[in-house]
Design a binder for this molecule. Structure first.
Ligand code: FES
Ligand code: FES
Length: 159
């Protein structure tokens, strides 16, 4: 199939890519734009490791055809840091042991980031619900939930 040109808004920047129409947003992010923070797990919508935000809502990038990302604001894990500093969600995940192998972590952080935009003071159940589509094989989730709630408190303290 022939390549086509696509203009995408990624992490607040306009990016031009050449891609075949059947390619997924996940493939384009990782292979064309080298934004490899978004992970490939199942590649069929089951694991959540490819979660990014599109117009503020979590989506599975492996299930989004590249043409469906045109005109939408895409936010990836690379877009969360500010001035070289990690977002509190990233830092708390490290500090509180919410990361082991780390493969699920970018997706979990993106789902959690979307949660904090609408619920700045989430309960444990709020976090569990927000990350229900993100599979972690390592941590047992408890430390992840603690890290998200701790990051939420840090974000609230800054505002
Ligand atoms: S890689 Fe997209 S849901 Fe698993
Ligand atoms: S830290 Fe290994 S899958 Fe979650």
């Amino acid at each position: 199939m022939a390549e086509a040109a696509y203009g995408l808004s990624i992490n607040g920047e306009w990016r031009d890519v050449a891609s075949e129409p059947h390619q997924s947003l996940l493939e384009v992010l990782r292979e064309e734009l080298r934004l490899t923070g978004t992970k490939v797990g199942c590649n069929e919508g089951e694991c959540g490791s490819c979660t990014v935000l599109m117009d503020g809502k979590p989506v599975l990038a492996c299930l989004i055809l590249i043409g469906d990302a045109i005109g939408r604001d895409v936010l990836t894990i690379e877009g969360l840091s500010r001035g070289g500093q990690p977002h509190p969600l990233q830092q708390q995940m490290v500090d509180l042991g919410g990361i082991q192998c780390g493969y699920c972590t970018p997706g979990i952080i993106m789902s959690s980031y979307a949660l904090l935009q609408k619920q700045p003071d989430p309960t444990g159940d709020d976090v569990r619900q927000a990350i229900a589509g993100n599979i972690c094989r390592c941590t047992g989730y408890t430390k992840i939930i603690d890290a998200v709630r701790s990051a939420a408190a840090e974000v609230r303290g800054r505002s």
